[in-house]
Design a binder for this molecule. Structure first.
Ligand code: BES
Ligand code: MN
Ligand code: MN
Length: 452
């Protein structure tokens, strides 16, 4: 019956999702403020159309949060669905094969910024809800909280959660904002990494100088900064910041073995990225390097002359943005401090160093023995004919640890994206198949959860 409903409404579902994808709700760019709001209003309308009550566009200091709910009975369990309607900037634009906010289907995949992260996945939940309402099959109370600042750190959502504990009372949080191993190997994410994001500015002389007149005699901020960045890893790929690994929970040999049993094709992985070899912390597999180990990466670096031709200049300044991915039980504030202290310590006296912290978030591990996890697992068995494999993802959803801390709630991370969907990259896409089977699996989750 559900399958039938999805099939006969498939075109409309996709048309509506396309309308949402056409709204450039880039939360990081103030020029898109009105668009971000438009996307929130779109979600409001679709929740209302699907039959939600108390739908509200909740103002924050930043972009609005959309809330809506449907209560069927006080004795039924309550599921709080979280997702985000904001998207990453589409840059670099010239690398897109079709414009980022003009969705198209190619090879069975929807190409658009946000198609997978996270509009496409949020929309599965709205359509799953619509289907259950239309077919009179809703067996759980539902609350929706869809925000517009996930990609910029969810600061205002944190405040909203603290101020709305009563309204957000639930039995579990359900999120689709992660990836599957593959369509052949369904999986449920049980771990997310935390994040500490830093920016460093190195200043040498008070102005750009002629690199012939002064070169060799005055510290070059680019040279100095490059050396400092390079020194953050040792020859074994370990991060050299003192204390960085102190709180890292090491997995038992048995748990590591289990983690590595997940299907992973290194040859395919390298082929997809067009690289000859992988690189990372010595003694750990690729699955471990992205799942259970903390890392440090430069995300952007600039300084000096980057225009056409050659300009002989010794720059006054150089900068870098650095992200550190964290694992239990590292604390993002502590890591931010360790980084700052270390970076100031290793700087030569010939330059001035300014270290600033951007947003961060804590890592999270979700239980596999909860009723909700079992319901999600049963849903995969019912719809996919296979039990899902628990995996640890490398990305971050900082609000998950906050849900636990503030609301005491565990999360089920039932994502339907694929690592190859190019989220945050040019040509982000999302399989139509993933979208449709996601809706079906979500409906099945509610059926199983209400019976637990
Ligand atoms: N949906 C992603 C996180 C994600 C992606 C988790 C793939 C697991 C697998 C989310 O939208 C995201 O991009 N988060 C940011 C963190 C945020 C604080 C900017 C990230 O991971 O960089
Ligand atoms: Mn996301
Ligand atoms: Mn994202």
């Amino acid at each position: 019956m559900i399958k039938q409903y999805i099939q006969s409404n498939q075109q409309r579902f996709l048309d509506e999702l396309f309308d949402l994808l056409r709204i450039p709700s880039v939360s990081a760019d103030s020029r898109n403020k009105a668009d971000v709001r438009k996307a929130a209003e779109f979600i409001v309308q679709k929740l209302k159309d699907a039959g939600a009550d108390a739908v509200e566009l909740c103002e924050t200091k930043g972009h609005p949060i959309v809330y809506g709910q449907k209560t069927i009975s006080n004795s039924a369990p309550t599921v709080l669905v979280y997702g985000h309607y904001d998207v990453q900037p589409p840059d670099p634009l010239n690398l897109w094969t079709s414009p980022p906010f003009e969705p198209v289907i190619k090879d069975g995949k929807i190409f658009a910024r946000g198609s997978c992260d996270d509009k496409g996945q949020v929309y599965m939940h709205i359509k799953a809800f619509e289907a259950m309402m239309k077919l009179n099959q809703l067996s759980c109370n539902i609350k929706f909280m869809i925000e517009g600042e996930e990609e910029v750190g969810s600061d205002n959502l944190g405040i909203f959660v603290k101020e709305n504990k009563e309204r957000l009372k639930a039995d579990v949080i359900l999120i689709s904002d992660t990836s599957l191993i593959s369509l052949d190997h369904p999986s449920i994410t049980v771990g997310l990494r935390g994040l500490s994001y830093m920016e460093v500015e190195v200043t040498g002389p008070n102005r750009d100088l002629h690199s012939g007149v002064y070169g060799g005699a005055v510290a070059n901020p680019i040279n100095v900064l490059s050396q400092m960045i390079a020194s953050l890893h040792d020859e074994n790929g370990k991060v050299t910041i003192p204390g960085f690994y102190d709180k890292v929970v090491e997995l038992s040999e048995a748990d590591r073995k289990k983690l590595n049993e997940a299907p992973f094709d290194l040859i395919e992985y390298k082929k997809d990225l067009a690289i000859d070899e992988v690189l990372g912390e010595k003694g750990f597999t690729t699955i471990e390097r992205t799942g259970i180990r903390p890392t440090l990466d430069a995300n952007g670096i600039w300084g000096g002359y980057t225009g056409e031709g050659a300009k002989t200049v010794l720059p006054s300044k150089a900068s870098v943005k650095i992200s550190m991915r964290l694992v239990p039980n590292q604390d993002s504030h502590e890591i931010t401090q360790l980084f700052t202290k270390h970076f100031l310590t290793i700087a030569p006296k010939s330059v001035k160093v300014k270290v600033t912290a951007h947003h961060g978030g804590e890592p999270a591990v979700t239980p596999t023995n909860s009723k909700a996890y079992k319901a999600a697992s049963d849903a995969f068995v019912a719809v996919w004919g296979k039990a899902p494999i628990p995996t640890r993802d490398g990305g971050s959803i900082p609000i998950v640890s906050l849900f636990k801390k503030e609301l005491g709630l565990d999360t089920v991370l039932m994502g339907f994206g694929l690592d190859s969907d190019a989220i945050h990259s040019p040509n982000e896409h999302y399989g139509v198949k993933n979208f449709l089977i996601g809706i079906e699996t979500i409906v099945s989750f509610y059926q199983h959860f209400s019976k637990k």
